[in-house]
Design a protein around this ligand. Structure first.
Ligand code: DLL
Length: 437
């Protein structure tokens, strides 16, 4: 098999040179970070006053970890390291409560991010002759614009279709001869089911490959999508705090995701002790961003559980391969690609005086897509047989939640004392989705 490289020199750089490059970039990233009040304080406490204090790559361990909580506390500008007029874009993702984490980009940041996404797309065999339908949410979520810019850089014709509306997606695929799509794995399965339902013939489509990510899925799910749609599916990993997509991506060997180590320094640590784990073991992935000046983030606790393959990849790339993410160390839920913390739901329902003390969040599969149901007990003062005010309350909860979490939940109201009460630590989330990762 012949492999194509977007930036052959960098993608196949011998490890020693790659590490020398990382050290250089780490110093630059520490320099950028020292312009923010947060890191000035944090790094000073760790005895790091300037980038010159970083002498070897191992010095990264002197830098304290950064958490989502830190980012939220710094909202809106605590992590901004360049003058506001140099910022050209922002993206945001959910925090554990209403306050999002916001990431800012300079012009150079966007072009660096774009080149990591373009490199990832190109590694799967795409070319400028491809027609790329980006079936993922645009907006504050990074998946839309991130892939859009990367696809354009490769020279493909990009169709910014966004997520949802399968009938329209099929029409676009047929009208323009789409060859490549990007979506969450659950949406790809949904698309396939709808194709069968609506009688769309696979023979009329020119689809060859898909990029699937933004949520966990198993190797079996990948194989299922590949068989049902007769395409190649490539796993794509990223997170807003590290730009978005384009952090780690599968090449044509489809055996682990090359983590672009000239853009990010990965570490795998024991989630309890935060001590480094031996190569190949599974632990929490820690990432340092080397490629974003406007919002530098060092040693970010992703909460994602993974590890590295230790043997080299036959494609010749020297950047290590991450295994499929197997879970998280916190309670964040990913529902149809949207991140959600149970505390965000709690904040909304507990602010309503008609709601009682007990609630339950249920996540389950509805066909290929995820479905969220919020069950809440009403206050004792509410009469369950008076349906009008109950329905109004239900609708108010649904609308408020949808406004805040962008997912449209089902809301059920229950009589006071009727939902199960757990002894000890309350168990408020029932995730009934099959765990086949
Ligand atoms: O999901 C960025 C992205 C967009 C990645 C499009 C891939 C494709 P966030 O919304 O900040 O960013 O969510 C990041 O999603 O920490 C993981 O828990 C999870 N995640 C992302 N990709 C994968 C994947 C985007 N391939 C969080 N497998 C991360 C498993 C994934 N989990």
């Amino acid at each position: 098999m012949t492999y194509q490289y977007w930036n052959q020199k960098m993608e196949t750089l011998p490890r020693a040179e790659l590490e020398a490059y990382q050290l250089d970039r780490l110093r630059a990233a520490v320099g950028w970070s020292l312009r923010t009040p947060f890191y000035q304080e944090r790094l000073k406490q760790a005895g790091i006053r300037s980038e010159a204090d970083i002498k070897t790559l191992a010095d990264i361990r002197r830098i304290p970890f950064t958490t989502k909580h830190d980012l939220r506390n710094g909202f809106p500008y605590g992590f901004l390291s360049i003058p506001k007029e140099e910022v050209v874009r922002l993206h945001a993702s959910s925090g554990t409560t209403g306050t999002p984490t916001t990431i800012y980009f300079s012009k150079d940041d966007i072009s660096r991010w774009t080149s990591f996404v373009a490199r990832s797309i190109y590694a799967t065999g795409c070319a400028k002759t491809d027609v790329f339908q980006n079936m993922i949410t645009y907006g504050l979520f990074t998946g839309g614009l991130g892939f859009h810019y990367g696809g354009e850089a490769v020279g493909m014709m990009v169709i910014p279709s966004g997520a949802g509306n399968t009938a329209r997606q099929f029409k676009l695929m047929q009208d323009f001869g789409t060859t490549v799509v990007h979506a969450t794995p659950s949406f790809l399965l949904h698309v396939e089911a709808k194709m069968r339902e609506e009688g769309v013939s696979r023979g009329n489509l020119r689809l060859k490959r898909a990029f699937a990510g933004a949520e966990p899925y198993s190797e079996d799910t990948r194989k299922r999508i590949e068989t049902l749609l007769a395409i190649d599916v490539y796993n794509s990993y990223g997170l807003s705090e590290m730009n978005g997509p384009g952090v780690a991506f599968e090449c044509q060997c489809k055996n682990g995701l090359h983590l672009w180590e000239d853009g990010f320094i990965p570490e795998i640590v024991d989630p309890d002790t935060l001590e480094p784990l031996p190569d190949g073991e599974t632990g929490e992935l820690i990432l340092t961003c080397l490629c974003r000046e406007a919002t530098p983030i060092l040693r970010y606790r992703t909460r994602d559980l993974s590890g590295f393959y230790t043997e080299p990849c036959s494609c010749g790339r020297t950047h290590r391969r991450l295994r499929r993410i197997t879970g998280r160390t916190d309670d964040m839920l990913i529902i149809n690609g949207v991140n959600l913390f149970p505390s965000q739901i709690e904040e909304v329902i507990m602010s309503m005086k008609e709601v009682g003390n007990n609630y339950l969040i249920v996540v389950e599969k509805d066909g290929a897509m995820d479905r969220l149901t919020v069950k809440a007990e009403v206050n004792q003062s509410i009469f369950m047989d008076d349906t009008r005010p109950l329905n109004a309350l239900k609708e108010r909860i649904r609308k408020t939640l949808q406004g805040m979490i962008t997912i449209n939940p089902r809301v059920e109201l229950h009589e006071s004392g009727s939902l199960p009460v757990s002894e000890g630590k309350a168990k408020r989330v029932q995730d009934k989705r099959p765990k086949d990762v």
